[in-house]
Write a protein that binds this ligand. Structure first.
Ligand SMILES: O=P(O)(O)OP(=O)(O)OP(=O)(O)OC[C@H]1O[C@@H](n2cnc3c(O)ncnc32)[C@H](O)[C@@H]1O
Ligand SMILES: [Mg+2]
Length: 204
């Protein structure tokens, strides 16, 4: 079965490809469909944006599609950057500027008050564009400086006390095991396997 990952984010593609390894699924991404125009993520929640991305790409490709909308919620910022995580410091979606803005807003906030979580909502659209949803969360703390160079996005600022490491210091396998994305994806594996069976039966 072909599955389109409705994302342009290389970090997500890398993690999801690893998470889907062994499922006998041919993974495509938006890089394989250059004709698809930029999708406007104007939902008010991760859930709405995940559904927008999954249905839009499913309709345009006619293929089963998986979209991920995710972000970081910081408690002392009342849940910001949240759905604005990618464009926290402006529409140009500058990752370094996003991290800088977060650190500046948290200046002087003591370690125990820097609690945060990554959230991920995955939407899978089947060939009729019927949508299934799964969610995952990962709790952590925001550091006061960057640590590590793995991962992507806010990873160098997201600290996991139980590992004494940031997401950017963990290897891909460990991040996938505990991350918001790993948990959300685990929740759609059954759906993907059912979809695959259905598509194979239709072909026969
Ligand atoms: O919409 P697509 O094309 O999938 O790619 P995106 O990067 O715009 O993704 P989102 O709209 O879901 O925005 C989520 C932002 O939250 C951050 N983020 C999400 N998951 C993350 C993770 O595992 N590690 C670090 N940052 C993450 C990252 O900065 C993303 O840009
Ligand atoms: Mg996006």
């Amino acid at each position: 079965m072909k599955l389109v990952l409705a994302t342009k984010n290389e970090g997500k593609i890398k993690e999801m490809t690893e998470l889907l390894a062994g499922q006998d699924i041919e993974i495509l991404s938006l890089a394989d469909f250059p004709e698809i125009e930029e999708i406007v993520e104007d939902g008010e929640t991760f859930r709405e944006n995940a559904i927008i991305k999954a249905t839009e790409v499913c309709m345009q490709t006619g293929l089963p599609t998986l979209a991920d909308d995710s972000g970081l919620e910081v408690d002392c910022l009342e849940g910001l950057p949240g759905v604005y995580s990618a464009r926290f410091a402006g529409e140009e979606r500058d990752n370094s500027a996003n991290k800088k803005k977060l650190l500046e807003l948290l200046e002087g906030v003591p370690a125990e008050e820097r609690t945060a979580r990554f959230k991920c909502i995955i939407a899978v659209a089947d060939t009729d564009c019927f949508v299934y949803i799964s969610e995952g969360t990962c709790e952590g703390l925001i550091t006061s400086e960057e640590r590590g160079d793995g991962g992507f996005g806010y990873d160098p600022l997201f600290y996991l006390p139980e590992y004494d490491k940031t997401f950017a210091e963990l290897d891909l396998e460990t991040k996938n095991k505990i991350s918001h994305r790993g948990k959300a994806l685990a929740g759609v594996l059954d759906i993907l396997s059912d979809l695959k069976k259905m598509m194979e039966e239709e072909e026969e």
